[in-house]
Design a protein around this ligand. Structure first.
Ligand SMILES: [Cu+2]
Length: 144
């Protein structure tokens, strides 16, 4: 007869809980716009909160870059600039696009040369302490 021991059940429960918790943020089409030399790269992706509680993105980091910041491009009196975004909240079911002309990750001080097609891991940091590693592929600005 099959007999479950209590600790096994407990571990299975924890595993289930952690996979549920990890499943409510989805990142699609992560790509890194690569500019020549030491110019900052820009990270674009689509971020969805598929859970039933709000989630807030509060930062990102990467071993490949010295500094990663969240920015938003803005147009003021016909002049393009950008401002820091310290916190971006997503309501349940909400999707936010990081795309040219809007939200982006700005990745500065690259620690190694990068070529088109290279993969770079960037970890997204959420307010609840969750850290979600995402693999970005380096693309040319012309492809965006
Ligand atoms: Cu920027």
């Amino acid at each position: 007869m099959l007999r479950f021991d209590r600790r096994l059940l407990w571990n299975l429960g924890l595993l289930l809980l952690s996979s549920l918790a990890a499943a409510d943020i989805e990142v699609e089409t992560p790509r890194l716009r690569l500019l020549p030399g030491d110019l900052p790269a820009a990270g674009y992706f689509s971020l969805s909160n598929t859970g039933d509680e709000s989630a807030a993105l509060v930062g990102a980091d990467s071993a490949t870059f010295g500094r990663v910041r969240m920015h938003q491009s803005i147009q003021e009196n016909g002049v393009a600039s950008m401002e820091p975004v310290p916190r971006l909240e997503l309501a349940p079911g909400e999707t936010v696009e990081f795309a040219p002309g809007g939200y982006h990750l700005m990745l500065m001080e690259r620690g190694q040369p990068l070529a088109l097609g290279d993969e770079v891991t960037v970890t997204l940091e959420f307010e609840d302490g969750r850290r979600t590693p995402v693999v970005f592929r380096a693309v040319s600005p012309a492809s965006l």
